[in-house]
Write a protein that binds this ligand. Structure first.
Ligand SMILES: Cc1cc2nc3c(=O)[nH]c(=O)nc-3n(C[C@H](O)[C@H](O)[C@H](O)COP(=O)(O)OP(=O)(O)OC[C@H]3O[C@@H](n4cnc5c(N)ncnc54)[C@H](O)[C@@H]3O)c2cc1C
Length: 394
């Protein structure tokens, strides 16, 4: 990876059009868009690129339910459809694989009333899940479409097969983005540099090594964006967001990498390339050690082995935990700060960042550069909207 040609030294200063704070999935996509627009950009990460929540194992790209359609669901649908081509372009440019595959999702239906609801969703998908000539179905089936994967007993009332869902290997995608940016003309990447304070109106960020002058600052520091934004936003009743811990594991299993993701009640079983299957995730609002794994992960693993008996003896090759950024209104948090317009938020992807980051980042970068975007951010995702929510909630 390239380091900055002129990183700020002890007495040094650096000046860029865009400063991107945080090199997780959000910041890296922002850097890709800045590069494409020819904007002189510095991306800094206090640790290694992709070592935050984005360095995990799961990479499930799950659409929202197709009922109660809204602008948020349309935005996510369009993003999930576009991601396939966006990743293919990165792979073509770098020669790397991001481990993407639209392998679909299987949802067991253990009770008759769930089948009735699923049949309704099937109609909703026919209405909403299409893009040009492409249609994605939400099929209700009596039996799973593949043998030897999900336990037939799990679906007493049948199974849903959702053809829109996909998966990507989080670390492989990060590596692909970093490789693409390593060849960039306008973007420089710096690891191990913490932004200690940001003065958005003065256009200055400070680090231990010196200060960085910027035209615009894109704040993509994951959950650590929230205290920075809180500090810039007086008069709130509550914080703008919080970290939510998640635990996951990686199993070694000799199975077809094209098998669909299995999902039920927060349990994800995600087949990846190279004989790996990810299992997740816990969702913990309160936690002690952010990096530890414990019995809650053991319970998930036991549930996964029951749901997919082929995994009964699969070896656990990694246990992992990370902190998701959950914004106060649960939705992504994107856009210029209403009182400090040179600061642009790009965080709050919570459980769905991997399916949205490419599009959220494009909106953020284009807003920062004052260049129109061909698609619109849902109003609920705007930072200004979250600030209003934080002003009301106690
Ligand atoms: C167990 C688990 C399973 C998950 N499964 C899925 C899934 O299947 N699908 C999905 O879409 N999402 C999933 N997620 C959520 C997803 O991982 C996160 O929403 C996403 O990674 C957040 O990306 P980010 O770029 O906003 O933050 P991060 O990846 O956390 O990146 C923030 C970066 O900012 C840097 N930083 C912080 N402060 C500073 C500072 N002051 N100066 C410089 N750098 C700084 C950090 O070092 C870090 O690298 C999961 C999360 C967990 C924990």
């Amino acid at each position: 990876m390239r380091k900055a040609d002129n990183p700020p030294g002890p007495a040094g200063q650096s000046s860029v059009e865009f400063l991107i704070v945080g090199g997780g999935i959000m910041g890296l996509w922002a850097a890709v868009h800045a590069e494409r627009l020819g904007i002189k950009t510095l991306l800094v990460d206090s640790a290694r690129l992709g070592s935050g929540a984005s360095g995990g194992l799961l990479g499930a790209l799950m659409p929202h339910m197709p009922d109660k359609w809204s602008e948020k669901k349309q935005f996510q649908f369009d993003a999930l459809v576009a991601l396939e081509g966006d990743i293919a372009a990165l792979e073509a440019a770098t020669g790397l694989s991001a481990g993407y595959r639209r392998s679909g999702r299987l949802i067991p239906l253990p009770k008759p009333h769930l089948r009735k609801i699923a049949l309704g969703h099937s109609q909703d998908a026919e209405t909403h899940w299409h893009h040009g000539e492409r249609r994605f179905h939400w099929q209700v089936l009596d039996a799973a479409p593949v043998d030897g994967w999900i336990d037939p007993v799990a679906g007493e009332s049948g199974f849903v097969f959702d053809a829109l869902a996909a998966r990507v290997a989080p670390r492989a995608l990060v590596k692909t983005l970093v490789a693409f940016l390593g060849e960039a003309e306008h973007v420089r990447l710096v690891e191990g540099m913490e932004i200690e304070s940001i003065d958005p109106d003065g256009g200055v960020a400070t680090t231990r090594e010196g200060s960085i002058h910027f035209g615009r600052c894109i704040l993509s520091a994951g959950h650590r964006s929230f205290p920075i934004l809180d500090g810039l936003t007086p008069g709130r009743h509550s914080t703008l967001g919080q970290p939510v811990k998640g635990q996951a594991a990686l199993l070694k299993a000799d199975i077809d990498a094209g098998l669909p993701v299995i999902f039920r009640d927060g349990l994800y079983i995600v087949p990846h390339e190279g004989g790996r299957v990810a299992v997740g995730s816990t969702s913990e609002n309160r936690f002690g050690d952010p990096a530890s794994t414990d019995g809650q992960l053991d319970d998930l693993l036991a549930a996964a082995r029951t749901m997919a008996p082929v995994l009964a003896d699969a070896e656990v090759v990694e246990r992992w935990a990370g902190l998701r950024p959950k914004a106060i209104d649960r939705d992504p948090m994107v856009g210029a700060h209403p009182d400090h317009p040179r600061l642009i938020a790009l965080t709050g992807g919570f459980k769905v960042s991997f399916g949205l980051a490419h599009r959220l980042a494009e909106v953020a970068v284009r807003e920062a550069a004052e260049i129109p975007c061909s698609f619109k951010l849902p109003q609920g995702f705007a930072l200004s909207n979250h600030i209003v929510a934080a002003s009301h909630k106690t």
